[in-house]
Ligand binder design. Structure first.
Ligand SMILES: NC(=O)C1=CN([C@@H]2O[C@H](COP(=O)(O)OP(=O)(O)OC[C@H]3O[C@@H](n4cnc5c(N)ncnc54)[C@H](O)[C@@H]3O)[C@@H](O)[C@H]2O)C=CC1
Ligand SMILES: O=C(O)C(=O)COP(=O)(O)O
Length: 540
Protein backbone atom coordinates (compact mmCIF):
# COMPACT_ATOMS: atom_id res chain seq x y z
CA UNK A 1 0.00 0.00 0.00
CA UNK A 2 1.25 3.49 -0.82
CA UNK A 3 2.58 5.30 2.22
CA UNK A 4 1.05 8.65 3.16
CA UNK A 5 3.34 11.35 4.48
CA UNK A 6 1.75 13.99 6.67
CA UNK A 7 3.17 17.48 6.33
CA UNK A 8 2.10 19.86 9.07
CA UNK A 9 2.54 23.57 8.29
CA UNK A 10 2.16 25.77 11.35
CA UNK A 11 3.16 29.18 9.99
CA UNK A 12 1.96 31.28 7.08
CA UNK A 13 3.63 30.18 3.85
CA UNK A 14 3.57 31.58 0.34
CA UNK A 15 1.23 29.71 -2.06
CA UNK A 16 4.22 28.63 -4.13
CA UNK A 17 5.21 26.19 -1.36
CA UNK A 18 1.81 24.48 -1.42
CA UNK A 19 1.80 24.47 -5.22
CA UNK A 20 5.17 22.72 -5.35
CA UNK A 21 4.19 20.18 -2.71
CA UNK A 22 0.88 19.43 -4.41
CA UNK A 23 2.21 19.40 -7.99
CA UNK A 24 5.74 18.14 -7.64
CA UNK A 25 8.07 18.78 -10.58
CA UNK A 26 9.03 15.43 -12.11
CA UNK A 27 12.67 15.67 -10.96
CA UNK A 28 11.48 16.11 -7.36
CA UNK A 29 8.45 13.82 -7.38
CA UNK A 30 8.09 11.63 -4.30
CA UNK A 31 6.68 8.12 -4.28
CA UNK A 32 4.50 8.69 -1.20
CA UNK A 33 1.20 10.53 -1.27
CA UNK A 34 1.28 13.74 0.76
CA UNK A 35 -1.35 14.80 3.26
CA UNK A 36 -0.84 18.50 3.85
CA UNK A 37 -2.31 20.00 7.01
CA UNK A 38 -1.94 23.77 6.74
CA UNK A 39 -2.77 25.70 9.91
CA UNK A 40 -1.13 29.14 9.73
CA UNK A 41 -0.54 30.58 13.23
CA UNK A 42 -1.59 27.26 14.72
CA UNK A 43 -2.23 27.39 18.48
CA UNK A 44 0.19 25.35 20.61
CA UNK A 45 -2.37 22.78 21.78
CA UNK A 46 -3.40 22.03 18.20
CA UNK A 47 0.25 21.68 17.15
CA UNK A 48 0.96 19.28 20.01
CA UNK A 49 -1.95 17.12 18.91
CA UNK A 50 -1.29 17.26 15.18
CA UNK A 51 2.42 16.55 15.60
CA UNK A 52 1.83 13.02 16.89
CA UNK A 53 1.43 11.50 13.43
CA UNK A 54 3.31 14.18 11.47
CA UNK A 55 6.28 13.20 9.30
CA UNK A 56 7.37 16.69 8.20
CA UNK A 57 6.89 19.92 10.12
CA UNK A 58 7.21 23.25 8.28
CA UNK A 59 7.25 26.15 10.69
CA UNK A 60 8.09 29.81 11.19
CA UNK A 61 9.45 31.61 14.22
CA UNK A 62 6.31 31.40 16.34
CA UNK A 63 6.45 27.60 16.63
CA UNK A 64 8.75 26.43 19.40
CA UNK A 65 10.10 23.09 18.29
CA UNK A 66 11.20 22.16 21.79
CA UNK A 67 11.62 18.90 23.70
CA UNK A 68 7.93 18.76 24.59
CA UNK A 69 6.93 18.90 20.93
CA UNK A 70 9.70 16.61 19.66
CA UNK A 71 8.96 13.93 22.23
CA UNK A 72 5.35 13.77 21.05
CA UNK A 73 6.45 13.54 17.43
CA UNK A 74 6.76 9.81 17.01
CA UNK A 75 6.95 9.88 13.22
CA UNK A 76 8.77 13.14 12.58
CA UNK A 77 11.75 12.96 10.23
CA UNK A 78 12.11 16.55 8.99
CA UNK A 79 11.73 19.95 10.61
CA UNK A 80 11.77 22.62 7.92
CA UNK A 81 12.31 26.14 9.23
CA UNK A 82 10.88 28.45 6.59
CA UNK A 83 13.44 31.22 7.25
CA UNK A 84 16.90 31.57 8.81
CA UNK A 85 16.96 31.62 12.63
CA UNK A 86 16.55 28.21 14.28
CA UNK A 87 17.12 29.22 17.89
CA UNK A 88 13.54 28.09 18.56
CA UNK A 89 14.35 24.51 17.51
CA UNK A 90 15.99 22.00 19.87
CA UNK A 91 18.49 20.90 17.22
CA UNK A 92 20.49 18.69 19.61
CA UNK A 93 17.46 16.62 20.46
CA UNK A 94 16.32 16.57 16.83
CA UNK A 95 19.75 15.21 15.85
CA UNK A 96 19.62 12.58 18.56
CA UNK A 97 16.22 11.53 17.23
CA UNK A 98 17.47 11.37 13.66
CA UNK A 99 15.33 14.30 12.60
CA UNK A 100 16.75 16.43 9.83
CA UNK A 101 16.48 20.19 10.37
CA UNK A 102 16.63 22.41 7.29
CA UNK A 103 16.26 26.15 6.78
CA UNK A 104 16.44 28.70 3.97
CA UNK A 105 19.46 30.94 4.53
CA UNK A 106 19.83 33.98 2.31
CA UNK A 107 16.26 33.97 1.07
CA UNK A 108 15.06 36.81 3.31
CA UNK A 109 18.37 38.65 3.63
CA UNK A 110 17.43 41.61 1.51
CA UNK A 111 14.08 42.08 3.24
CA UNK A 112 15.65 41.97 6.70
CA UNK A 113 18.36 44.43 5.68
CA UNK A 114 15.85 46.80 4.07
CA UNK A 115 13.69 46.71 7.19
CA UNK A 116 16.76 47.48 9.32
CA UNK A 117 17.45 50.59 7.21
CA UNK A 118 13.75 51.48 7.29
CA UNK A 119 13.75 51.30 11.08
CA UNK A 120 16.91 53.38 11.25
CA UNK A 121 15.52 56.12 9.03
CA UNK A 122 12.18 56.04 10.82
CA UNK A 123 13.95 56.41 14.14
CA UNK A 124 16.32 59.26 13.29
CA UNK A 125 13.66 61.21 11.40
CA UNK A 126 10.85 60.34 13.84
CA UNK A 127 8.66 59.23 10.95
CA UNK A 128 6.12 57.14 12.94
CA UNK A 129 5.57 59.95 15.47
CA UNK A 130 5.32 62.58 12.72
CA UNK A 131 2.85 60.44 10.83
CA UNK A 132 0.64 59.89 13.89
CA UNK A 133 0.62 63.58 14.69
CA UNK A 134 0.03 64.76 11.12
CA UNK A 135 -2.65 62.22 10.32
CA UNK A 136 -4.45 63.31 13.49
CA UNK A 137 -4.60 66.87 12.10
CA UNK A 138 -1.41 68.27 13.66
CA UNK A 139 1.29 70.25 11.82
CA UNK A 140 4.40 70.25 14.04
CA UNK A 141 7.34 71.07 11.78
CA UNK A 142 9.71 71.78 14.70
CA UNK A 143 8.82 68.93 17.01
CA UNK A 144 9.87 66.32 14.47
CA UNK A 145 13.31 67.58 13.72
CA UNK A 146 15.78 64.68 13.48
CA UNK A 147 19.40 63.81 12.64
CA UNK A 148 21.15 62.74 9.44
CA UNK A 149 22.81 59.39 8.80
CA UNK A 150 25.59 60.83 6.63
CA UNK A 151 29.00 60.74 8.37
CA UNK A 152 27.63 58.87 11.37
CA UNK A 153 29.20 55.50 12.30
CA UNK A 154 27.20 52.31 12.25
CA UNK A 155 28.62 49.38 14.18
CA UNK A 156 27.44 46.04 12.85
CA UNK A 157 27.67 42.96 15.05
CA UNK A 158 27.64 39.89 12.79
CA UNK A 159 28.72 40.56 9.21
CA UNK A 160 26.79 37.62 7.73
CA UNK A 161 24.09 37.71 5.07
CA UNK A 162 21.98 40.45 6.64
CA UNK A 163 24.88 42.27 8.28
CA UNK A 164 26.81 42.80 5.09
CA UNK A 165 23.73 43.90 3.18
CA UNK A 166 23.08 46.50 5.91
CA UNK A 167 26.72 47.54 5.52
CA UNK A 168 26.19 48.09 1.82
CA UNK A 169 23.03 50.13 2.32
CA UNK A 170 24.64 52.19 5.08
CA UNK A 171 27.52 53.00 2.71
CA UNK A 172 24.88 54.30 0.31
CA UNK A 173 23.90 56.79 3.01
CA UNK A 174 27.53 57.86 3.41
CA UNK A 175 27.85 56.26 6.81
CA UNK A 176 31.14 54.96 8.16
CA UNK A 177 30.75 51.20 8.59
CA UNK A 178 32.58 49.26 11.27
CA UNK A 179 31.87 45.64 12.09
CA UNK A 180 32.66 42.93 14.62
CA UNK A 181 32.48 39.28 13.57
CA UNK A 182 35.28 37.01 14.77
CA UNK A 183 34.13 34.11 12.61
CA UNK A 184 34.71 35.47 9.15
CA UNK A 185 37.77 36.27 7.12
CA UNK A 186 39.40 39.61 6.48
CA UNK A 187 38.27 39.29 2.85
CA UNK A 188 34.59 39.57 3.74
CA UNK A 189 35.27 42.81 5.59
CA UNK A 190 37.27 44.16 2.67
CA UNK A 191 34.66 43.17 0.11
CA UNK A 192 31.93 44.89 2.11
CA UNK A 193 34.03 47.94 2.85
CA UNK A 194 33.54 47.45 6.56
CA UNK A 195 36.34 48.33 8.96
CA UNK A 196 37.14 45.30 11.05
CA UNK A 197 37.01 45.67 14.81
CA UNK A 198 38.73 42.89 16.68
CA UNK A 199 36.72 43.23 19.86
CA UNK A 200 33.16 44.15 20.66
CA UNK A 201 34.49 46.86 23.01
CA UNK A 202 36.35 48.59 20.18
CA UNK A 203 33.22 48.59 18.08
CA UNK A 204 31.00 49.90 20.87
CA UNK A 205 33.38 52.74 21.64
CA UNK A 206 33.21 54.10 18.11
CA UNK A 207 29.62 53.74 16.93
CA UNK A 208 26.65 56.08 16.89
CA UNK A 209 24.31 53.32 15.75
CA UNK A 210 24.65 49.74 16.92
CA UNK A 211 22.91 47.10 14.82
CA UNK A 212 22.97 43.42 15.77
CA UNK A 213 22.79 40.70 13.10
CA UNK A 214 23.92 37.55 14.88
CA UNK A 215 21.97 34.37 15.57
CA UNK A 216 20.59 33.92 19.06
CA UNK A 217 22.59 31.27 20.89
CA UNK A 218 24.36 30.74 24.22
CA UNK A 219 27.17 33.06 23.15
CA UNK A 220 25.01 35.91 21.86
CA UNK A 221 22.17 35.88 24.38
CA UNK A 222 22.56 39.13 26.33
CA UNK A 223 25.80 39.99 24.49
CA UNK A 224 24.66 43.62 24.56
CA UNK A 225 23.80 44.13 28.23
CA UNK A 226 24.12 47.15 30.53
CA UNK A 227 27.93 47.06 30.57
CA UNK A 228 28.12 47.00 26.76
CA UNK A 229 25.46 49.69 26.33
CA UNK A 230 27.42 51.94 28.65
CA UNK A 231 30.54 51.39 26.55
CA UNK A 232 28.80 53.14 23.67
CA UNK A 233 29.04 56.86 23.22
CA UNK A 234 26.34 58.83 25.00
CA UNK A 235 23.53 59.61 22.57
CA UNK A 236 23.82 56.38 20.61
CA UNK A 237 20.98 54.35 19.14
CA UNK A 238 20.26 50.63 18.98
CA UNK A 239 18.75 48.47 16.25
CA UNK A 240 17.63 44.89 16.75
CA UNK A 241 16.07 43.13 13.77
CA UNK A 242 17.82 39.85 14.55
CA UNK A 243 16.54 38.20 17.71
CA UNK A 244 15.10 39.32 21.02
CA UNK A 245 17.51 38.76 23.86
CA UNK A 246 20.70 39.64 21.96
CA UNK A 247 20.24 43.13 23.40
CA UNK A 248 19.11 42.68 27.02
CA UNK A 249 15.72 44.38 27.09
CA UNK A 250 15.66 45.55 30.73
CA UNK A 251 19.13 47.01 30.35
CA UNK A 252 18.08 48.80 27.19
CA UNK A 253 15.07 50.23 28.96
CA UNK A 254 17.31 51.50 31.74
CA UNK A 255 19.70 53.38 29.44
CA UNK A 256 16.77 54.76 27.44
CA UNK A 257 15.16 56.05 30.63
CA UNK A 258 18.47 57.66 31.67
CA UNK A 259 18.73 59.25 28.24
CA UNK A 260 22.18 57.65 27.76
CA UNK A 261 20.87 55.84 24.68
CA UNK A 262 18.51 58.14 22.81
CA UNK A 263 16.57 55.74 20.64
CA UNK A 264 15.95 52.12 19.72
CA UNK A 265 14.19 50.42 16.83
CA UNK A 266 13.22 46.84 17.42
CA UNK A 267 11.64 44.14 15.24
CA UNK A 268 12.44 41.08 17.37
CA UNK A 269 11.71 40.58 21.06
CA UNK A 270 12.39 38.32 23.97
CA UNK A 271 8.82 37.42 24.59
CA UNK A 272 6.97 37.34 21.29
CA UNK A 273 4.09 37.97 20.79
CA UNK A 274 3.86 39.77 24.16
CA UNK A 275 6.99 41.92 24.39
CA UNK A 276 8.03 43.96 27.42
CA UNK A 277 5.31 46.60 27.62
CA UNK A 278 7.47 49.44 29.03
CA UNK A 279 9.95 48.95 26.21
CA UNK A 280 7.49 48.98 23.33
CA UNK A 281 5.61 51.96 24.78
CA UNK A 282 8.78 54.02 25.35
CA UNK A 283 8.56 57.36 23.48
CA UNK A 284 12.05 56.92 21.99
CA UNK A 285 11.43 53.40 20.77
CA UNK A 286 9.81 52.31 17.54
CA UNK A 287 8.72 48.75 17.08
CA UNK A 288 7.47 46.30 14.47
CA UNK A 289 6.06 42.79 15.06
CA UNK A 290 8.92 40.62 13.72
CA UNK A 291 8.30 41.48 10.08
CA UNK A 292 11.88 41.40 8.81
CA UNK A 293 11.07 38.55 6.43
CA UNK A 294 7.54 39.66 5.64
CA UNK A 295 7.72 40.76 2.03
CA UNK A 296 6.18 39.19 -1.05
CA UNK A 297 9.63 38.57 -2.53
CA UNK A 298 11.22 36.99 0.53
CA UNK A 299 8.20 34.80 1.21
CA UNK A 300 8.14 33.61 -2.40
CA UNK A 301 11.83 32.65 -2.25
CA UNK A 302 11.40 30.99 1.13
CA UNK A 303 8.26 29.09 0.09
CA UNK A 304 9.90 27.81 -3.06
CA UNK A 305 13.09 26.81 -1.27
CA UNK A 306 11.45 25.12 1.70
CA UNK A 307 9.18 23.01 -0.53
CA UNK A 308 12.20 21.87 -2.54
CA UNK A 309 14.11 21.02 0.67
CA UNK A 310 11.20 18.95 1.94
CA UNK A 311 10.80 17.06 -1.34
CA UNK A 312 14.54 16.36 -1.50
CA UNK A 313 14.51 15.10 2.07
CA UNK A 314 11.54 12.83 1.35
CA UNK A 315 13.36 11.45 -1.68
CA UNK A 316 16.25 10.55 0.63
CA UNK A 317 18.54 13.05 -1.03
CA UNK A 318 20.84 15.30 0.89
CA UNK A 319 19.28 18.72 1.08
CA UNK A 320 20.83 22.03 0.14
CA UNK A 321 20.50 23.71 3.54
CA UNK A 322 20.90 21.19 6.33
CA UNK A 323 21.14 22.71 9.80
CA UNK A 324 22.15 19.59 11.69
CA UNK A 325 24.34 17.83 9.16
CA UNK A 326 27.49 19.76 9.94
CA UNK A 327 29.89 17.84 7.73
CA UNK A 328 27.85 17.78 4.59
CA UNK A 329 26.92 20.77 2.57
CA UNK A 330 25.46 20.69 -0.88
CA UNK A 331 25.09 17.45 -2.66
CA UNK A 332 27.12 19.03 -5.42
CA UNK A 333 26.27 17.11 -8.52
CA UNK A 334 23.95 14.52 -9.87
CA UNK A 335 26.95 12.20 -10.24
CA UNK A 336 27.57 12.31 -6.52
CA UNK A 337 23.89 11.71 -5.86
CA UNK A 338 23.97 8.52 -7.94
CA UNK A 339 27.24 7.45 -6.32
CA UNK A 340 25.80 7.97 -2.83
CA UNK A 341 22.82 5.78 -3.73
CA UNK A 342 25.29 3.08 -4.83
CA UNK A 343 27.11 3.41 -1.53
CA UNK A 344 23.87 3.00 0.40
CA UNK A 345 22.84 -0.02 -1.67
CA UNK A 346 26.15 -1.84 -1.44
CA UNK A 347 26.27 -1.49 2.34
CA UNK A 348 22.63 -2.49 2.73
CA UNK A 349 23.46 -5.56 0.67
CA UNK A 350 26.55 -6.23 2.77
CA UNK A 351 24.53 -5.99 5.98
CA UNK A 352 22.47 -8.99 4.91
CA UNK A 353 25.10 -11.55 3.95
CA UNK A 354 27.13 -12.36 7.07
CA UNK A 355 26.52 -14.30 10.27
CA UNK A 356 29.23 -13.01 12.59
CA UNK A 357 29.38 -10.14 15.08
CA UNK A 358 30.58 -7.11 13.08
CA UNK A 359 33.34 -4.88 14.48
CA UNK A 360 34.60 -2.73 11.62
CA UNK A 361 32.95 -1.50 8.43
CA UNK A 362 35.17 -0.31 5.65
CA UNK A 363 34.40 1.52 2.44
CA UNK A 364 37.04 1.73 -0.26
CA UNK A 365 36.25 4.27 -2.94
CA UNK A 366 37.88 4.16 -6.35
CA UNK A 367 37.24 7.63 -7.67
CA UNK A 368 38.56 11.15 -7.46
CA UNK A 369 36.52 12.93 -4.81
CA UNK A 370 37.03 15.79 -2.40
CA UNK A 371 36.70 15.43 1.38
CA UNK A 372 33.09 16.61 1.49
CA UNK A 373 31.95 14.21 -1.21
CA UNK A 374 33.70 11.33 0.56
CA UNK A 375 31.79 12.26 3.70
CA UNK A 376 28.54 11.97 1.73
CA UNK A 377 29.52 8.46 0.62
CA UNK A 378 30.50 7.53 4.16
CA UNK A 379 27.15 8.66 5.60
CA UNK A 380 25.29 6.88 2.81
CA UNK A 381 27.16 3.64 3.55
CA UNK A 382 26.50 3.89 7.29
CA UNK A 383 22.84 4.68 6.65
CA UNK A 384 22.50 1.73 4.27
CA UNK A 385 24.13 -0.69 6.69
CA UNK A 386 22.22 0.50 9.75
CA UNK A 387 18.85 0.75 8.09
CA UNK A 388 19.01 -3.01 7.78
CA UNK A 389 20.87 -3.70 11.01
CA UNK A 390 19.00 -1.35 13.35
CA UNK A 391 15.47 -1.05 14.64
CA UNK A 392 15.90 2.70 14.98
CA UNK A 393 14.95 5.24 12.38
CA UNK A 394 18.23 5.94 10.60
CA UNK A 395 18.88 9.07 8.60
CA UNK A 396 21.92 10.95 7.38
CA UNK A 397 21.53 12.98 10.55
CA UNK A 398 21.91 10.31 13.21
CA UNK A 399 23.72 7.58 11.26
CA UNK A 400 27.15 8.29 12.75
CA UNK A 401 25.75 8.58 16.27
CA UNK A 402 23.95 5.25 16.04
CA UNK A 403 27.05 3.58 14.64
CA UNK A 404 29.10 4.86 17.58
CA UNK A 405 26.45 3.71 20.02
CA UNK A 406 26.62 0.23 18.52
CA UNK A 407 30.39 0.26 19.06
CA UNK A 408 31.13 -0.16 15.36
CA UNK A 409 34.10 1.48 13.69
CA UNK A 410 34.03 2.87 10.20
CA UNK A 411 37.01 3.27 7.91
CA UNK A 412 37.00 4.99 4.58
CA UNK A 413 39.77 4.95 2.05
CA UNK A 414 40.03 6.46 -1.39
CA UNK A 415 42.10 4.95 -4.16
CA UNK A 416 42.48 7.78 -6.65
CA UNK A 417 41.90 6.67 -10.17
CA UNK A 418 43.37 8.06 -13.37
CA UNK A 419 40.18 7.39 -15.31
CA UNK A 420 36.79 8.48 -13.99
CA UNK A 421 36.10 5.14 -12.27
CA UNK A 422 33.27 4.96 -9.79
CA UNK A 423 33.80 1.77 -7.86
CA UNK A 424 33.13 0.86 -4.27
CA UNK A 425 34.20 -2.01 -2.08
CA UNK A 426 32.25 -2.42 1.14
CA UNK A 427 33.74 -4.74 3.74
CA UNK A 428 32.52 -5.95 7.10
CA UNK A 429 35.09 -7.35 9.53
CA UNK A 430 34.19 -9.40 12.56
CA UNK A 431 36.14 -9.65 15.79
CA UNK A 432 37.77 -12.92 14.74
CA UNK A 433 40.59 -12.78 12.20
CA UNK A 434 38.84 -14.81 9.51
CA UNK A 435 35.47 -13.13 9.78
CA UNK A 436 35.10 -10.90 6.78
CA UNK A 437 32.81 -10.29 3.83
CA UNK A 438 33.28 -7.90 0.96
CA UNK A 439 30.88 -6.59 -1.65
CA UNK A 440 31.99 -4.68 -4.72
CA UNK A 441 29.81 -2.38 -6.77
CA UNK A 442 30.31 -0.17 -9.73
CA UNK A 443 28.46 2.58 -11.56
CA UNK A 444 28.40 1.66 -15.23
CA UNK A 445 28.30 4.60 -17.55
CA UNK A 446 28.27 6.81 -14.47
CA UNK A 447 24.68 5.92 -13.64
CA UNK A 448 23.78 2.22 -13.60
CA UNK A 449 24.29 0.55 -10.19
CA UNK A 450 25.75 -2.94 -10.54
CA UNK A 451 27.00 -5.38 -7.98
CA UNK A 452 30.39 -6.55 -9.21
CA UNK A 453 31.66 -8.98 -6.58
CA UNK A 454 30.94 -10.86 -3.37
CA UNK A 455 34.14 -12.02 -1.74
CA UNK A 456 36.05 -13.82 -4.57
CA UNK A 457 33.04 -14.25 -6.84
CA UNK A 458 32.56 -11.85 -9.72
CA UNK A 459 29.16 -10.68 -10.99
CA UNK A 460 27.43 -8.06 -13.01
CA UNK A 461 23.92 -7.75 -11.69
CA UNK A 462 21.57 -4.84 -11.08
CA UNK A 463 21.29 -3.75 -7.46
CA UNK A 464 17.56 -3.56 -7.46
CA UNK A 465 14.50 -5.32 -6.06
CA UNK A 466 14.99 -8.39 -3.87
CA UNK A 467 17.93 -10.70 -4.55
CA UNK A 468 18.62 -14.28 -3.56
CA UNK A 469 22.24 -15.03 -2.75
CA UNK A 470 22.93 -18.72 -3.10
CA UNK A 471 26.01 -20.84 -2.57
CA UNK A 472 26.16 -24.28 -4.07
CA UNK A 473 28.50 -27.01 -5.16
CA UNK A 474 29.43 -26.60 -8.81
CA UNK A 475 27.56 -29.68 -10.07
CA UNK A 476 25.18 -30.24 -12.97
CA UNK A 477 21.46 -29.69 -12.47
CA UNK A 478 21.54 -27.00 -9.77
CA UNK A 479 20.28 -24.15 -11.95
CA UNK A 480 17.48 -26.32 -13.34
CA UNK A 481 16.38 -27.39 -9.86
CA UNK A 482 16.36 -23.81 -8.58
CA UNK A 483 14.51 -22.51 -11.67
CA UNK A 484 11.73 -25.08 -11.43
CA UNK A 485 11.43 -24.66 -7.64
CA UNK A 486 10.98 -20.89 -8.01
CA UNK A 487 8.54 -21.32 -10.90
CA UNK A 488 6.48 -23.71 -8.77
CA UNK A 489 6.34 -20.99 -6.14
CA UNK A 490 5.26 -18.39 -8.67
CA UNK A 491 8.49 -16.44 -8.46
CA UNK A 492 9.59 -14.75 -11.65
CA UNK A 493 13.33 -14.48 -12.24
CA UNK A 494 14.43 -11.11 -13.64
CA UNK A 495 18.14 -11.93 -13.77
CA UNK A 496 20.28 -14.94 -12.89
CA UNK A 497 24.06 -14.75 -12.48
CA UNK A 498 26.36 -17.60 -11.65
CA UNK A 499 29.98 -17.26 -10.60
CA UNK A 500 32.37 -19.95 -9.48
CA UNK A 501 35.82 -19.94 -8.02
CA UNK A 502 37.03 -22.99 -9.97
CA UNK A 503 35.51 -25.76 -12.02
CA UNK A 504 33.82 -28.34 -9.78
CA UNK A 505 34.46 -26.15 -6.75
CA UNK A 506 32.13 -23.69 -5.10
CA UNK A 507 29.66 -21.53 -6.95
CA UNK A 508 27.68 -18.52 -5.96
CA UNK A 509 24.52 -17.40 -7.70
CA UNK A 510 22.60 -14.19 -7.53
CA UNK A 511 18.98 -14.24 -8.56
CA UNK A 512 17.16 -10.98 -9.00
CA UNK A 513 13.45 -11.50 -8.77
CA UNK A 514 10.38 -9.45 -9.64
CA UNK A 515 8.35 -8.32 -6.66
CA UNK A 516 8.68 -9.41 -3.04
CA UNK A 517 9.72 -12.84 -1.89
CA UNK A 518 8.44 -14.78 1.13
CA UNK A 519 11.15 -15.98 3.49
CA UNK A 520 9.60 -19.50 3.48
CA UNK A 521 10.32 -19.76 -0.24
CA UNK A 522 13.98 -19.00 0.42
CA UNK A 523 14.01 -21.52 3.27
CA UNK A 524 12.66 -24.15 0.83
CA UNK A 525 15.52 -23.43 -1.56
CA UNK A 526 18.04 -24.53 1.05
CA UNK A 527 16.60 -28.03 0.97
CA UNK A 528 17.45 -28.54 -2.72
CA UNK A 529 20.35 -30.90 -3.48
CA UNK A 530 23.81 -29.32 -3.74
CA UNK A 531 22.67 -26.04 -2.14
CA UNK A 532 24.95 -24.86 0.66
CA UNK A 533 23.13 -21.67 1.57
CA UNK A 534 20.44 -19.35 0.29
CA UNK A 535 19.54 -16.02 1.72
CA UNK A 536 17.29 -13.19 0.80
CA UNK A 537 18.68 -9.68 0.39
CA UNK A 538 15.89 -7.13 0.34
CA UNK A 539 15.21 -3.39 0.42
CA UNK A 540 17.67 -2.48 -2.34
N1 LIG B 1 13.67 40.05 11.78
C1 LIG B 1 13.56 39.06 10.95
O1 LIG B 1 12.47 38.72 10.52
C2 LIG B 1 14.78 38.36 10.49
C3 LIG B 1 15.77 38.08 11.39
N2 LIG B 1 16.90 37.44 10.97
C4 LIG B 1 17.92 37.17 11.96
O2 LIG B 1 19.07 37.94 11.68
C5 LIG B 1 20.22 37.27 12.15
C6 LIG B 1 21.28 37.22 11.06
O3 LIG B 1 20.80 36.50 9.94
P1 LIG B 1 21.75 36.16 8.73
O4 LIG B 1 22.59 37.33 8.43
O5 LIG B 1 20.91 35.59 7.66
O6 LIG B 1 22.64 35.03 9.39
P2 LIG B 1 24.13 34.64 9.00
O7 LIG B 1 24.36 33.32 9.60
O8 LIG B 1 24.35 34.82 7.54
O9 LIG B 1 25.02 35.73 9.77
C7 LIG B 1 25.26 35.71 11.11
C8 LIG B 1 26.66 36.25 11.35
O10 LIG B 1 26.84 36.39 12.75
C9 LIG B 1 28.20 36.05 13.03
N3 LIG B 1 28.30 35.71 14.44
C10 LIG B 1 27.89 34.60 15.08
N4 LIG B 1 28.17 34.67 16.38
C11 LIG B 1 28.77 35.85 16.57
C12 LIG B 1 29.29 36.50 17.72
N5 LIG B 1 29.24 35.92 18.92
N6 LIG B 1 29.84 37.71 17.57
C13 LIG B 1 29.88 38.32 16.36
N7 LIG B 1 29.43 37.74 15.24
C14 LIG B 1 28.87 36.53 15.34
C15 LIG B 1 28.48 34.88 12.12
O11 LIG B 1 29.87 34.73 11.92
C16 LIG B 1 27.77 35.32 10.85
O12 LIG B 1 28.65 36.00 9.98
C17 LIG B 1 19.72 35.90 12.61
O13 LIG B 1 19.48 35.95 13.99
C18 LIG B 1 18.42 35.74 11.92
O14 LIG B 1 17.59 34.86 12.56
C19 LIG B 1 17.11 37.12 9.67
C20 LIG B 1 16.16 37.37 8.74
C21 LIG B 1 14.88 37.97 9.09
O1 LIG C 1 14.66 34.32 9.19
C1 LIG C 1 14.50 34.61 10.38
O2 LIG C 1 15.33 34.33 11.24
C2 LIG C 1 13.32 35.31 10.81
O3 LIG C 1 13.31 35.84 11.88
C3 LIG C 1 12.11 35.28 9.99
O4 LIG C 1 11.21 34.56 10.74
P1 LIG C 1 9.70 34.31 10.30
O5 LIG C 1 9.68 33.15 9.40
O6 LIG C 1 9.23 35.55 9.65
O7 LIG C 1 8.99 33.99 11.55
Amino acid sequence: MEKTVKILITGKLHDIALKLLNNQPSELAVSESLKIVYIPDAPRDIILKEIEDTHVLISRSETDVDAELLRKAKKLSVVARAAVGYGNIDCDLATEMGILVVNTPGKNTNSAAELTMGLLLALVRKIPQAHMSTSAGGWNRHKFSGTELGDKTIGIVGLGNVGHRVAKFAKGFDMRVIAYDPYISEDVFRKNQAERKNTLEELLAECDVLSVHVPLNKETKGMISLVELKKMRKGGIILNAARGGIVAERALLEVLNEGYIVGAAIDTFDNEPKPLQELIAHPNVIVTPHIGASTAEAQYRIGETIAIQVLKALRGEIVDYPVNLPHVSLLGSNDLKVFSVLSEKVSRFGAQIFDFQPAILKLTVKANLNKEDLQVLKLSAIKGFLSHASEEFVSYVNAEKILQRKGLEFEIEMTPSSSAKNELLFEVYGKGTSEKISVGAVLYDGKFARLSSINDFLFEIELDNDLIVMQNHDRPGVIGDVGSYLAKNNVNIAQFELSRNRRGGMAMSLIRIDGDLESEVVAGLRKLPNLISARLVSGL
